[in-house]
Design a protein around this ligand. Structure first.
Ligand SMILES: Cc1cc2nc3c(=O)[nH]c(=O)nc-3n(C[C@H](O)[C@H](O)[C@H](O)COP(=O)(O)O)c2cc1C
Length: 208
């Protein structure tokens, strides 16, 4: 799954996400927001210029959002995206309204729709966390030139293959090859049990 496929899943299969922004004092504020479009350039949503969400986004363009699809924890996949947004133009707004016709029921007249403004999340990073699979599956991705990295656990050459890490791994994602343990990053919960259990300090946390 690449970033565009993940964005399309957010738009088509999840659609409503919880978005976190920061207020004037830096305190977190969350609200429900619809992901109305997605393309190679990022994710699109809209809000009204009079809303506090609009003011927050204009003064601090950093946001984070999470959307979940599933009916219970063990049938759910969560997608989180964190990054930067900026206001898009009138053309993008028209496209969003065109693709999300239900907005005409909420803002029925042209005059009422004058309050609306489109935003694009154009750079950031994200994660798909799928608890419907066993072992769990996670995919980290970046888009729009973001270079930030995620911390993950790795096993170094100090490993003696004693097996203590594998004994405490809840997802069974540690295997042994060539006298050394290795972690299947795609299935790792990043709980840190392996690091705590390793008697030779062979497990390190480093950015990927
Ligand atoms: C299902 C659902 C979807 C929503 N989608 C949006 C949206 O796309 N844009 C928006 O501005 N508000 C949307 N809202 C309303 C906001 O969540 C609500 O206005 C927000 O809590 C107000 O935040 P504020 O007072 O901090 O601006 C949605 C609400 C619900 C229940």
């Amino acid at each position: 799954m690449d970033a565009l496929q993940i964005f399309r899943f957010l738009r088509d299969d999840i659609h409503t996400v919880v978005m976190a922004t920061a207020d004037g004092e830096g305190n977190p504020v969350t609200c429900a927001v619809d992901i109305m479009d997605a393309d190679e350039g990022g994710l699109y949503f809209l809000t009204a210029r009079g809303k506090s969400l609009y003011s927050r986004l204009k003064s601090r363009p950093q946001l984070s959002l999470t959307g979940i699809k599933g009916s219970s924890t063990l049938t759910s996949v969560a997608i989180t995206v964190s990054g930067l947004c900026r206001e898009a133009g009138e053309e993008e707004l028209r496209t969003l309204l065109d693709k999300n016709r239900y907005m005409y029921e909420i803002y029925p007249t042209e005059a009422s729709r004058a309050a609306l403004a489109a935003f694009r999340i154009y750079r950031g990073r994200g994660e798909v966390f799928d608890l419907s699979k066993l072992p769990i599956e996670r995919i980290n991705f970046t888009f729009g030139g973001d270079a930030s990295a995620e911390p993950a656990y790795f096993i170094t050459e100090s490993c003696t293959a004693c097996g203590k890490c594998a004994e405490v791994c809840p997802q069974g994602c540690i295997s042994f090859e060539g006298g050394r343990a290795s972690i299947a990053q795609r299935h790792c919960l990043r709980c840190g049990n392996c690091m705590a259990a390793c008697p030779c300090g062979a497990v390190v946390l480093k950015s990927i």
